[in-house]
Design a protein around this ligand. Structure first.
Ligand code: NAP
Length: 282
């Protein structure tokens, strides 16, 4: 499967401190709220071939994700587990360390592959101590890679002033309807990857008429085109589905050739925010 390397660089020397190879597509597990739903979905996804799972403390399903990963016949080191420091816990150094420990306990895993600050801490003065704790979690080996989520241009600029280690990933909403060219470039400029969440705009664009008509006769679906658009733009993409049929459809988007419609797709950008957008917060 195609992979991208997520690298944490030393902020001063730009030397690689840690790097992990991640598949370009993973399963998102937000809104898997029924008991057992997430366990089943992750189990199905792993058997389809998914090797990256994106969860968060806020989703309330780290336990089921960990169980599915541990119970699968796929070796642990072949699955990338991503989880996130919840915003209400991103208040200082100690809280960051404690909540990472708790996530490890809930997951029942020895390490987290990628740990993200879920959104810029609401108190700007907490951003530096929270990040310092993330750096220490990395050096202690509790996590293999550290990154951020929902950081806008000004959040990244600020982070560059206090970070000793630069993030490997910025996870943001990204899809043909919200293309964020400037933020994507700023993320690359600090040596990080963009991880595209809500590639179907939380499902709001799964049956988008305009995209459906572009895909007509080409042998792939509109959701596959939206997902592949993210990959073709150099991002890792994490569509959510609780259904094996749609998980497979989404997974197979890797094989889609968008060359005949890419110019048209690039015109779909309408800055469509499907839910929250902390990138524009102070
Ligand atoms: N960092 C953040 O702040 C943040 C925010 C939002 C999301 N995320 C992450 O990104 C992941 C994905 O984003 P998302 O869950 O917001 O939305 P999404 O992946 O854009 O869309 C998911 C919705 O689309 C439906 N769907 C999936 N595949 C489909 C297909 N092929 N055809 C038709 N419908 C389809 C799903 O329904 P079914 O399940 O019924 O198939 C679900 O309702 C999340 O699960 C989470 O891991 C992160």
């Amino acid at each position: 499967m195609a992979e991208l390397r997520a690298v944490n660089h030393d902020a001063k020397t730009n030397k690689e401190i840690s790097g992990i190879d991640m598949p370009v597509i993973g399963l998102g597990v937000w809104m898997m709220n029924q008991p057992g739903e997430c366990l089943q979905a992750v189990t199905d996804a792993i058997s389809i071939g998914y090797r990256l799972i994106d969860t968060a403390r806020a989703y309330g399903n780290e336990k089921e994700v960990g169980q599915a990963v541990r119970d699968s016949s796929v070796p642990r080191d072949e699955i990338t587990v991503v989880t996130k420091l919840r915003r209400v816990h991103a208040v200082g150094y100690e809280s960051t360390i404690e909540n990472c420990r708790l996530s490890l306990e809930l997951l029942g895993l020895e390490y987290i592959d990628l740990y993200l600050v879920h959104a810029p801490p609401e108190d700007p003065t907490a951003r530096e101590p929270v990040w310092r704790a993330m750096e220490d979690l990395l050096s202690e080996g509790m996590v293999r890679s550290i990154g951020v989520s929902n950081y806008g241009l000004h959040h990244l600029e600020h982070l560059k002033r206090y970070a000793r280690v630069l993030p490997s990933v910025n996870q943001v909403e990204l899809n043909p309807w919200i293309q964020r060219r400037e933020l994507h470039q700023a993320t690359r400029d600090i040596g990080a990857l963009t991880m595209a969440y809500s590639p179907l705009a939380r499902g709001q664009k799964a049956q988008d008429r305009q995209l459906e008509s572009m895909c007509e006769g080409l042998g792939f679906t509109a959701p596959q085109a939206a997902i592949k658009w993210c990959i073709d733009n150099g991002a890792i993409v994490i569509p959510k589905s609780s259904h094996p049929g749609r998980q497979l459809e989404n997974f197979q988007s890797m094989d889609v050739d968008l060359s005949r419609i890419i110019d048209e797709m690039n015109k779909l950008d309408s800055n469509h925010v499907s839910g929250w957008d902390p990138t524009v917060e102070p």
